[in-house]
Design a binder for this molecule. Structure first.
Ligand code: AMP
Length: 290
């Protein structure tokens, strides 16, 4: 495995492999890798000849009062983990390598980027779509891998690739969780010992909502209110949102049908956590609806 920090050197390394017909899989990350990332990398390893993992904490996707400076970083640990997973190349550029000048060209999907997390993080998804677009142009992979954990991000990347006719497949990978249900996240290390047990309320709320829906509830407002009440009642937890949206377009639903994403975000202590589940429901005019 090689760690490469220069765009030119990465292209020089990949182009003979691509020309020889080797398939390339890309896993974009911000590093500080955990088992969630590992699931993406092992899926990419199974499906491609060459695996590239990018590690880049992208300043463009952090708001002025967000945790860009504090975001955890540990390249040495990441290199050890990725060697064990059979990764071929780590692409770990500096901010200056990715943005030698401030980005004038950006990729923005406001209808999908201003909802859910976009309400508290208004520039986040423009930063994500822009950097992912750059990474896709730099690496030119056959497939790129994203976690369902960041469901809004996955939906936005799928739509960007569709709208811009980018020549690759996006692969969504299921969320990896701790044994108590908490979705694995690099930010979980910020949870205090006191707050940690309360962090499970996000997944518990999603499970309760799923139970409501399985019992026949189809009114989004009822499901959302139930999730919000559970999260708000949890000590040391402050609700950001609890919503039921169309999983593909991220637009709100009043009656739940088709592929639905239940998505929640909350501050646990000072740490903002997100989680979601996707439920395939019968279409609205189906006789299966109770
Ligand atoms: P990040 O380093 O947080 O930007 O995440 C890089 C990629 O790993 C994104 O596609 C995430 O959705 C994915 N990811 C992060 N946590 C998990 C998890 N618990 N399960 C599955 N994928 C994850």
């Amino acid at each position: 495995m090689q760690t490469i920090t220069s765009i030119r050197l990465l292209r020089n390394a990949l182009s003979p492999l691509r020309n020889a017909g080797r398939s390339i899989g890309l896993v974009p990350t911000m590093g500080y890798l955990h088992e969630g990332h590992a699931r993406l990398v092992s899926t990419a390893r199974e499906q491609n000849d060459v695996v590239v993992v990018s590690i880049f904490v992208n300043p463009l996707q952090f708001g002025p009062n967000e945790d860009f400076a504090q975001y955890p970083r540990d390249l040495h640990h990441d290199e050890q983990m990725l060697t064990a997973l059979g990764c071929d190349f780590i692409f770990a550029p500096s901010v200056n390598e990715m943005y030698p000048e401030p980005a004038v060209t950006v990729v923005d999907l406001p209808e999908m980027g201003q909802v859910l997390c976009g309400r508290t993080r208004p520039i986040h998804f423009r930063g994500v779509a822009t950097v992912v677009s750059k990474l896709l142009h730099i690496v030119q992979p056959d497939k790129a891998y994203f976690g369902q954990k960041d469901g809004q991000q996955l939906a936005i990347i799928l739509r960007m690739v569709q709208d811009l006719n980018l020549p690759l497949a996006i692969v969504g990978v299921p969320t990896v969780r701790e044994s108590d249900g908490l979705a694995k996240s690099s930010r979980n290390i910020f949870l205090s010992v006191q707050d940690r047990p309360h962090a499970t309320v996000l997944y518990r709320a999603l499970q309760v909502a799923r139970d409501d829906i399985e019992a026949g509830q189809r009114f989004a407002a009822e499901v959302m209110a139930h999730m919000a009440a559970l999260i708000s009642a949890e000590p040391t937890v402050r609700l950001d949102y609890a919503e039921a949206v169309d999983a593909r377009t991220l637009q709100p639903l009043s009656v739940l049908s088709g592929t639905v994403m239940l998505a929640v975000a909350a501050y646990v202590g000072k740490t903002r956590l997100i989680d979601n589940i996707v439920l395939p429901l019968p279409p609205i005019d189906s006789p299966d609806i109770p």
